[in-house]
Design a protein around this ligand. Sequence first.
Ligand SMILES: *[C@@H]1O[C@H](CO)[C@@H](O)[C@H](O)[C@H]1NC(C)=O
Ligand SMILES: *[C@@H]1O[C@H](CO)[C@@H](O)[C@H](O)[C@H]1NC(C)=O
Ligand SMILES: *[C@@H]1O[C@H](CO)[C@@H](O)[C@H](O)[C@H]1NC(C)=O
Length: 412
Amino acid sequence: MKLLASTIATLVVSLPLSNANLNGLSGVRGQHAAKKTRKLQGNMGMRFDSAEEELAAMNEPFAESEEEDGPAESSEPLTPINISIQPAYHGIPVFLGIQMGWYEELGLDVNISVWDSGGPQVRAAAENDAWDFGVAGCNPNIIAGPLGISTVGISNDESTANVVVGGPGVTSLPSAGDELSEGMFAETPGSTGDLLMRECLFVLGIETDESNFFFGGQGDVIGALESGNSSYGALWAPNSYIYLEDNQDAVALCNGIDVGVTIPGGLMVRDEWAEENPDLAARALAVYLRGVTTMQNKAVRSEVLTYARAFYDYVGKEPSDQDIERDFLTRPTFNLDHLCSLMSRDFTNGGKSTIDTVYDIIAEFLADQGTIEGVQPTDEYLTDEYLQYISADADLRTYSYLGYHATPGDMN
Ligand SMILES: *[C@@H]1O[C@H](CO)[C@@H](O)[C@H](O)[C@H]1NC(C)=O
Ligand SMILES: *[C@@H]1O[C@H](CO)[C@@H](O)[C@H](O)[C@H]1NC(C)=O
Ligand SMILES: *[C@@H]1O[C@H](CO)[C@@H](O)[C@H](O)[C@H]1NC(C)=O
């Protein structure tokens, strides 16, 4: 792990970082993956005849084996895939997948791009096919729907990770009827921060017009707060953590739980790509889910936190170790079967999944606010198709759960 962290530090120095192509990771990934891929070949290639055998084998997921049939033959040429993430908690499973060589095990050669926020991220895929698989918050997921990008899973519940903060010294929210000034609310358009800011103002009964908002990326929002240009700003983790750490007289004033709204993050695919390559889409999703089960596995938590630290160093953010860990405690993540259940449309829910309902509430609110034009039916952009694909494929299903069987030392 020491070696890995220092290699990453070197890369950070030598690469431009803003929205950068982080394909430079391939050097680290190559060395690191070789070992892991070899170790795991047999495991992925196994066919189990009974549940007991399967369980026994899964308890030794890292055992060497001579068997080589299976989806992860190292001699197969890798298929390129563009993946977009943000410098935030829900990017960690992708980072783990690259660092541990999991994408390669499933035949994928990943090129990642990192985006400060979801608005530009989604536009890049819609306009330039910039990525195939992407991770962003629910607001971008909703904006992406009519642009030919589907949400195929949920990355985490980030209801408390988004906060409206006060500027330094601003310790309370405005009240209905207060005079509002130009640009006093700073936020990133098309983001979950945008959603939360509007929800909080709505619940407080504050009527705004667009001139009361200052729009910018997360860095601009922090700049507007620190300069006193804006009194309130919407930030998400780790930006919120970093801002509050740097400004000890600033406080968080409102989050999703306060205003009774669930704010999930979603996993997206570009439809044109995924429909042509459903198997690749399912594999990319299975790697993400393995990242999730690894992050949920407390036995390897300290190693995973070291990777999380390396991830933030790499993307150029510096949350404290305590704040990195805080996300693990406050942002629920979901494994394959949990997601299948959350996204299931069946007789028990009248054909409307839990996630459909969450997204409908958000989309209706955004449409009322005029930030989106109309509400797209959820069955047009939310689908459990790729989760079901994984669920029905014994190898991919097992793969997605391997994180639960990792033990200390496996992640060196
Ligand atoms: C990798 O992604 C970046 C950013 O989206 C893009 O500019 C670059 O062309 C991609 N490289 C490959 C090999 O696909
Ligand atoms: C990845 O993105 C680059 C740049 O946009 C593009 O040239 C390449 O074809 C993409 N690859 C895939 C597999 O979509
Ligand atoms: C604050 O507002 C002024 C006047 O609009 C502007 O010139 C300046 O760039 C703003 N500063 C920040 C950090 O947003």
